[in-house]
Design a protein around this ligand. Structure first.
Ligand code: AMP
Length: 364
């Protein structure tokens, strides 16, 4: 079986690493000549919308998936008219636009922070009379890892924040003082079988994920499962879906969802019976889904901007290093480590050690 992947970054690389033992072969389409998944399959080098490369991919791949959500809708639709594509163009379309995504949540009774659509300085000023400060202004499309976002603390911030957006349509939403951020990784296969991973508890800094910890037996698990099930069913979704949530006053509010494998699920590589990457492949190939049971207490720490010294990291008990084969650059995710422990206290100590290594090399 040949799996085509749009994008050949670290997520594609980890999908391939999980698929090779299953006898799968991979073709990646990516504009970057040194994209880090390249060595794990064939690389079609060129633009995502290059008609010849897309035709090649569609002809040769038994199924096509992707590692990022900003695939142009017409590309996903073209591929879908020639081969199997999972998740669907519809799921991509919803996740690509924060306004459509939020109204989709609302239609499914999934609560979000209060928000309003904004397309001019006037409409921003008007929206702020109901949203209130503090708030966050986010571009509707193309935003990730906190990019295209401004915190609005008072009226004085509005002009500058609106200028930064350079006129692109946006949403403004209340800045919620959450108790914690969590995400749920769910998987649905072609036949409709669904599995959920235990919640990930996520720590962000500067809008970028730093640490994810598996939260087994979390009191909010059922609520998160209920929300994400509605998304999976409504979209007739196939593959891994990650739903990011804020916990506020004992309730979960949806922030956004990613129609793909997700950074907050990397702990599943060594920390769950079946990794999110393997389950994504099983789902899109309509194979039975693997157990999501955690193996011990598990967590993941990202390395951003710089690489750890391998020997130092591997000296930490039960730590596993995942290098992405990417050149270090400020703010760029270049590796992560997973770690397992027998107790919560031991896990906290190991996360501390790994985070110290990550902080040493992070120059952002
Ligand atoms: P996003 O790009 O929407 O995932 O935002 C990146 C990060 O910014 C989130 O993971 C939160 O840490 C923070 N953030 C985004 N929206 C809000 C909000 N409405 N209230 C509080 N924090 C937020």
């Amino acid at each position: 079986m040949i799996v085509g992947v749009l994008g050949a970054g670290q997520l594609a690389r980890m999908i391939a690493l999980a698929g090779i033992p299953l006898g799968l072969e991979f073709i990646f389409l990516d504009p970057s000549i040194d994209a880090c998944a390249n060595r794990l399959g064939e690389h079609l080098h060129g633009d995502y919308s290059d008609p010849e490369l897309l035709a090649q991919l569609a002809e040769r791949a038994d199924v096509v998936t992707y590692e990022f959500e900003n695939v142009p809708a017409e590309v996903a639709e073209f591929l879908a008219s020639h081969t199997q594509v999972h998740p669907s163009a519809e799921a991509l379309g919803v996740a690509q636009d924060r306004l459509i995504e939020k109204s989709f949540f609302h239609d499914l009774d999934i609560p979000t922070p209060p928000y309003a659509a904004v397309d001019s300085l006037n409409s921003l000023e008007l929206a702020m009379t109901t949203i209130g400060y503090p708030a966050i202004l986010k571009s509707r499309t193309q935003g990730y890892d906190g990019k295209g976002q401004s915190l609005l603390k008072s009226k004085e911030d509005l002009n500058h924040a609106w200028e930064l957006l350079q006129g692109v349509p946006a949403v403004v939403e209340a800045f919620v003082s959450f108790k914690r951020e969590v995400s749920i990784i769910a998987v649905r296969n072609v036949s409709g079988e669904i599995v959920f991973y235990p919640l990930s508890e996520n720590l962000h800094r500067g809008g970028i994920l730093r640490v994810s910890e598996c939260s087994a037996n979390d009191p909010m698990q059922k609520q998160a499962e209920s929300y994400v099930s509605r998304l999976l069913e409504k979209l007739n979704y196939v593959g891994v879906l990650a739903l990011e949530l804020f916990e506020v006053d004992g309730q979960l509010l949806a922030n956004e969802f990613a129609p793909r494998v997700h950074n907050s699920g990397h702990w599943t590589i060594e920390g769950a019976e079946t990794s999110q990457f393997e389950n994504h492949l099983r789902a899109i190939l309509d194979l039975p889904l693997g157990a999501t049971t955690p193996v011990g207490k598990a967590a993941m720490v990202n390395f951003i901007g710089g690489l750890p010294v391998t020997e130092e990291l591997l000296n930490i008990p039960n730590a596993h290093l995942h290098l992405y084969d990417k050149a270090p650059r400020t703010g760029r995710k270049v590796a992560h480590a997973t770690v397992r422990a027998e107790s919560t206290e031991q896990l906290a100590e190991l996360i501390k050690q790994l985070s110290a290594l990550a902080d040493e090399v992070d120059d952002s």
